[in-house]
Design a binder for this molecule. Sequence first.
Ligand code: ATP
Length: 136
Amino acid sequence: SERTLVLIKPDGVARGLVGEVISRIERRGLSLAALELKNVTEETAAQHYAEHQGKPFYQSLIDFITSGPLVAAVIEGPRAIAAFRQIAGGTDPVEKAAPGSVRGDFALEVQENIVHGSDSTESAVREIALWFPGLG
Ligand code: ATP
């Protein structure tokens, strides 16, 4: 079994898609290890997106992710990291995300793409420690 960090970004919360995303996670057979509605500080956002620092879309991404409450979750199950990436769909909702994925079904823009999921074991460990420091 494996754990991954999921964010339902401020656009997903504002559009009322929290239940939809959680439902897809649960119906797939993954389970929740942690779940919290959070207002994100600039500092947490900067740490989360450290790998994108210096890119043209960086400041816009930080402004977006701190623009309203988001839902952070740790989900758990066999191959949870890859399974959630599949549930999410590709980063670009139109060019990459398949219909049937969260992004392919609900998003149109690269930045406002509803969800985040850790992309590797290393990212998952780092991101879970960042968002849920108390989690064993
Ligand atoms: P996430 O890390 O959120 O799961 P990802 O791994 O699919 O997304 P990354 O390339 O790591 O994609 O980009 C992180 C996030 O930054 C994207 O989900 C998106 O919100 C935003 N982003 C990425 N590329 C662009 C871009 N060219 N323009 C605007 N925003 C972008």
